[in-house]
Design a protein around this ligand. Structure first.
Ligand SMILES: *[C@@H]1O[C@H](CO)[C@@H](O)[C@H](O)[C@H]1NC(C)=O
Ligand SMILES: *[C@@H]1O[C@H](CO)[C@@H](O)[C@H](O)[C@H]1NC(C)=O
Ligand SMILES: *[C@@H]1O[C@H](CO)[C@@H](O)[C@H](O)[C@H]1NC(C)=O
Length: 729
């Protein structure tokens, strides 16, 4: 997790800044939209194999909007367009308090209209007023400013008490400045690098967030710096310069703490750390596999309307990139299989915070307890996706329109992809042996629609998928990859470690320890099942014993339904031996049979935070104290770790809000679900980790009158022409 961007000292800082500038220009790409059958070295056929090659050249364009960057918003939830961002910037620069010095912009995004306004809005209606929420910093103070784009004015301005409530996401400019301060003012740093026999030219530094550990650092925004050796590898993460940690006071522009404890620890070698395809020599000992892709001879079945509105099969939803959350799904609606009516499932869903504590007490490591969404921004850290590998061929790519520290628009091209996925799975099936009946074999392929992004927060990569299924299920999936955050050690083999000096963290390569850590991703899920007023029901499975003589059976399970009255009833930890289903129901919308319409959250593999509740990182990340929370809808409660997370002290978290114990029965309520991973590294995680995946589902329960995909058509041979490589070249 870790820290964002790194810059090779001096020169690279400039190159890095230039490359950021380069990305702020418009960007239009034409996506490959042509079926590969049209390529001359492929032959195609369908069954019966009569079709001529030419008749199979099918154009399947997935139209990319003309130019996202300059287009106008078309929906009240659309992100701020480039010209709107420019307008906010000009309003701010003529605003009294900022007219002499423009603040550094840490966040500038749409202040979404009231939910009731959005729900009332119909295509063609005038828009609710467009507003921007801006978080800026000026002279060490945090300014939260609301800009009304219609009035052309600042309509609200709050100055936060320095240090008491935390700070906004750091910017690339903060990172460059911290590195510059280190280089120009710390002779100790230069001395330490030379004393270790290293060349400053090959030193690359990261800026991990400092966490918060009491009053010492309050009132000063600080940035930690740790460094790596780049010589001989692009994977400098595997070459830590151990024990060298510098704390920079970014407001007073000075080094506030210098820790140099690891001089005796060698920098691990560069050999075998490069993960790029071109550098693998010899190739892995396995049979290569032939290229693989899904075929869509008639093109994809989804459409993107008005740039952000996705429609596919029985689903429609609004999809947008977000600098902090990465990707936001809004107004997800599924079509009723009987009436064709679109019914509301979820008003808004997104990754609200990502907490990553490392398990090491030492001076160089104790502070590593990242909150990636609020400290760095999952969207800000998301780069362009890799076609054909991150996303399959028939993907649609969406740009992020973000804002840099000077308040200017910043385009992140192709950072979200949307595609249909078919993994060869079955949506439903049954076969019947021809005994006393005729043989039946009915089966349907399972095809899903996926919206995907990948955030590279320093060393770690988080792939976040929202997968929409035709049976009404939404799967939220997180895959972890990238590099371990490793620690240098003098050991090269575990036989050098004496039994009483056991190292708990595994050795993953010579002189490299993979430090044990956790990842927790907390999702904000504003469920609106058939409307806003919902109740949360804990459907608890309880054992019932038979009374003597009742049955040969001694025990069975029964479902006991407990409707949560207040927030306290909905703070839940997962339990294997006291299991429950967790339903969101609309008590006033009933099925034909009288069951309330509902969706349930279905946990997948999960892990809980085991840190002490009074451990500073856990106080700040108290939203991970439970896997499930339900709160009444409140438009100010979006970010589980608080609005200002950097150096926050835990006074504005989901746990604090939930303690108000507000009523939640038959109200507009929000589900918070945390997906967790414990990670004990191993050698296979070196030098780059194969993906580790977990997910949870939002699944209809008595929402449809019956299986909603009975009428879904099976695949037939003639639907799918065959293509194969010809021998002609
Ligand atoms: C450290 O070394 C670099 C590169 O030689 C130099 O530019 C910088 O001024 C030095 N810093 C200090 C504080 O001496
Ligand atoms: C939801 O419930 C509130 C009372 O808690 C009521 O005022 C409101 O009209 C209800 N909304 C809908 C859409 O039924
Ligand atoms: C909404 O949330 C904010 C921030 O937590 C809080 O100050 C306010 O009291 C909340 N409003 C209600 C009605 O709970």
């Amino acid at each position: 997790m870790e820290s964002p961007s790194c810059s090779r000292l001096s020169i690279i800082i400039i190159i890095f800044t230039l490359s950021l500038l380069a990305t702020s220009s418009w960007y239009i790409t034409t996506k490959p939209g042509t079926l590969s059958c049209s390529e001359s070295n492929f032959l195609c056929s369908s069954i019966p194999r009569k079709a001529k090659l030419s008749s199979l050249i099918i154009e399947t364009p997935i139209p990319k909007p003309k130019n996202l960057a300059i287009s106008n918003p078309l929906h009240p939830l659309d992100p701020l367009a480039v010209q709107e961002i420019n307008r906010v910037r000009s309003i701010l620069s003529s605003y009294g308090p900022f007219s002499s010095t423009f603040p550094s912009i840490h966040s500038l995004s749409l202040d979404e209209p009231e939910k009731s306004q959005v729900l009332r809005w119909k295509n063609g209606d005038p828009f609710p007023t467009r507003k921007a929420l801006v978080i800026g910093m000026l002279n060490g103070e945090v300014h939260v400013v609301l800009v009304d784009l219609e009035l052309g004015q600042v309509t609200d301005h709050e100055v936060k008490q320095p240090g008491l409530e935390g700070y906004p996401m750091i910017t690339m400019e903060d990172v460059s400045l911290a590195l510059q301060i280190l280089l120009t003012s710390s002779e100790e740093f230069n001395k330490s690098i030379s004393a270790r026999g290293l060349d400053l030219q090959n030193v690359n530094c990261l800026t991990p967030s400092p966490g918060w550990f009491g009053s010492d650092e309050e009132g000063h925004r600080v940035i930690k710096i740790e460094c790596f050796y780049t010589e001989g590898t692009p994977n400098f993460y595997m070459r830590p310069i151990e024990g060298l940690v510098i704390t920079i006071d970014i407001e007073n522009l000075k080094v506030s703490k210098f820790t140099d404890t690891g001089r005796g620890i060698p920098v691990p070698k560069a050999e075998n750390t490069d993960y790029r395809f071109g550098s693998q020599n010899p190739p892995p000992k396995m049979q290569p596999i032939n290229p693989i892709s899904i075929e869509q001879p008639k093109g994809p079945s989804f459409r993107i309307e008005d740039e952000h509105f996705v429609t596919w099969a029985n689903w429609k939803f609004h999809l947008k990139p977000d600098q902090r959350a990465g990707m936001v799904i809004s107004q997800a609606m599924v079509q009723d299989s009987e009436t064709g009516e679109f019914r509301s499932v979820m008003y808004k869903g997104f990754a609200s915070e990502l907490f990553v504590p490392y398990m090491d007490f030492s001076e160089g490591w104790y502070f590593k307890s990242y909150m990636d969404a609020g400290e760095y921004g999952l969207g800000a850290m998301a780069l362009t996706l890799v076609p054909l590998n991150d996303c399959p061929r028939n993907s649609y790519f969406m740009d992020g329109v973000f804002v840099s520290a000077d308040g200017k628009p910043l385009i992140r091209p192709d950072m979200i992809c949307v595609f249909e996925s078919y993994a060869g799975d079955v949506a439903w099936r049954h076969s019947e042996f021809p005994v006393n009946t005729f043989e039946i074999r009915e089966s349907r392929p399972k095809i899903n629609l996926v919206a995907r992004m990948a955030a590279s927060v320093g060393n770690y990569d988080y792939i976040i998928d929202w997968e929409f299924q035709m049976d009404g299920l939404i799967r939220v999936k997180v895959s972890l990859s990238g590099m371990l955050m490793v620690e240098g050690t003098q050991y090269e083999n575990i036989n050098q470690v004496s039994p009483d000096a056991q190292i708990s963290h595994p050795l993953v390569s010579e002189n490299v320890i993979g430090v044990i850590h956790d990842h927790f991703i907390t999702f904000h899920l504003d469920m609106d099942v058939d409307g806003s007023n919902n109740s949360f029901v804990n459907v608890n499975l309880v054992k019932e014993r038979s009374f003597p003589g009742q049955s040969p059976r001694k025990s069975i399970l029964k479902a006991k339904r407990n409707v949560a009255k207040t927030e306290e009833d909905a703070r839940l930890k997962l339990k294997l031996y006291d299991p429950s289903e967790f339903h969101f129901i609309n008590p006033s919308k009933r099925s034909r049979l009288g069951n309330p319409s509902g969706y349930k959250v279905v946990p997948g593999a999960n892990a809980a935070s085991l840190l002490d509740l009074d451990d500073p990182p856990q106080l700040r990340a108290a939203f991970t104290n439970n896997q499930i929370w339900v709160t009444p809808y409140n438009r100010s409660e979006q970010w589980a770790g608080g609005l200002l997370v950097y150096q926050s002290n835990g006074e504005d978290t989901l746990a604090v809000w939930s303690n108000r114990n507000r009523p939640i029965e038959n109200k507009d309520i929000v589900l918070w679900y945390t997906l967790g991973f414990h990670h004990i590294p191993c050698q296979e995680d070196f030098p780059v980790m194969p993906t580790v995946v977990s997910s949870f589902d939002l699944k209809p329960v008595n929402f449809f009158e019956r299986n909603p995909i009975l009428g879904f058509r099976p695949n037939l041979e003639q639907d799918l022409p065959l293509c194969w490589a010809s021998n002609t070249n």
